[in-house]
Design a protein around this ligand. Sequence first.
Ligand SMILES: [Zn+2]
Length: 529
Amino acid sequence: MAYDIIIRGGNVFDGSGAAPEVVDVAIADGRIVAMGRVEGDARRSVDATGLAVTPGFIDIHSHSDYTLLIDPRAVSSIAQGVTTEVIGNCGFGCAPITDTRLAPNAIYGFDGSVPLTWRGVGEYFEKLQSARPAVNVLTLVPNGQLRLATAGMVDREASAWELERMRTLLREGLAEGAVGYSTGLEYPSEIGSGRTELVALARETGLAGGFYATHTRNRAAGAPEAVEEAVRTARDAEVRLQVSHLMPRSGDAECERCVEVVESARSQGQDIAFDMHTRLYGTTMLSTLLPPWSLEEGIAGLRHNLSNTTARARIKSFSSLIGSLKDWDKVRLLDIPGRPDISRLTLGEIGRQRGRDPHDCALDILFDEADTLQRPMVLLHAYSEASQKRAFSHPLCMPASDATTLAPDGPLGESVFHGAYTWASWFWRAMVRDWKLLRPEQAVNRLTRLPASILGLTDRGVLKVGAYADISVFDAEQFGERGTMFEPNQLAHGMRHVIVNGMAAMQDGVRTDMRAGTVLRRRGPSIHI
Ligand SMILES: [Zn+2]
């Protein structure tokens, strides 16, 4: 038989956590068709001697919903061997949409360059597929968009009528192929989400066979209680639970308590797992300082509110995600184009320079940047290496980007989202090589089979005959990140070949023009894709 590709002589990790074996992997028509000692010819033969051959990595917590429409090449992901991304996380995402004016409040990286012409998940999938992404994509239905599409930008619970509409939109999204439902309970559009709403929507998700992913409340104070709330919600709704970026920003002791909450739920039989990004800091938008009411009248209204003494005082009294850190020296601005005077400084530093309350300095910046409110991003210095080690050593933890996929050239060349270029590569370098906390086969499992099992994927995240040929081939001694805190847009190194649906997205360390990813739709309640 003539194959499309044969990968010869590599150390093949099948994704299960088993030790590697030196075997050949043959690919035809997008699938793995033979493994072992493979005879026969191929249109292309890859010599993988001394290299690791693994299932393509799965990013279970991505925010590439919109950036893949701007630049579908997913360069930062392919360079790390990532072949599948799960979007729609943290209540953010691109569908469903009923009000195109409000929807950008819950879309990462929205810049207007791709108009919001779709409405439901199915239409969004068509738009995304027509962009021909380089990676496979699955989505969750984001609670932020459900609320914006029904109740609008409000900080109260949804009314019974609104909840019914949210439920209908969610049900449609799940029927059109979404794999679950996500919330981002710290964000302005979802702060008002209450127990009735969350249980009802999570239940709808469980009935459809999907899972509930939640960015919990109060990730800077009271985080363990918020994880307990998520556990209760999922238990009452009878749905599988994925706690997003589990470790909170409130120190190692609270991190440990969050892990204990997960372990306790697990020991009582609940189906629960969690993910974690790989940064020592969180990133979020400076605009999360603003309460929903201050945005109700659009940009002009916001500027008016920020100029009015009474309204400004009310804005300052809003308990925001950033404010909850209670330390402006832990809040660092990333580069804002045209603002070298404040870029890379902490708000504490800016306040001292100006002799002004750091909170007011932040609001001044939002006033100046009101036309591109989603643009000013901040780092929240909030995590320790100890909690990183604790999280990533845990058998229920999957590493994830918690970022948008980017590219160092093209329309996203100037965009910054920490973790985009450095998550899988960091995980391998730190956990396998430097800290030696995971054996290579364990690390591969966390990047492949474990997230695939959460997603209900049986023919990806695994190397076996019949599976889709999503494959990464890399130098296990070299694979690592190059991006840093202030120079994050640098591609990982050590990746040699990346195959997506049987097509080479990277060959001999060089990215190709092939974009062979596909939108993966959940079909039916059996979670079969
Ligand atoms: Zn999140």
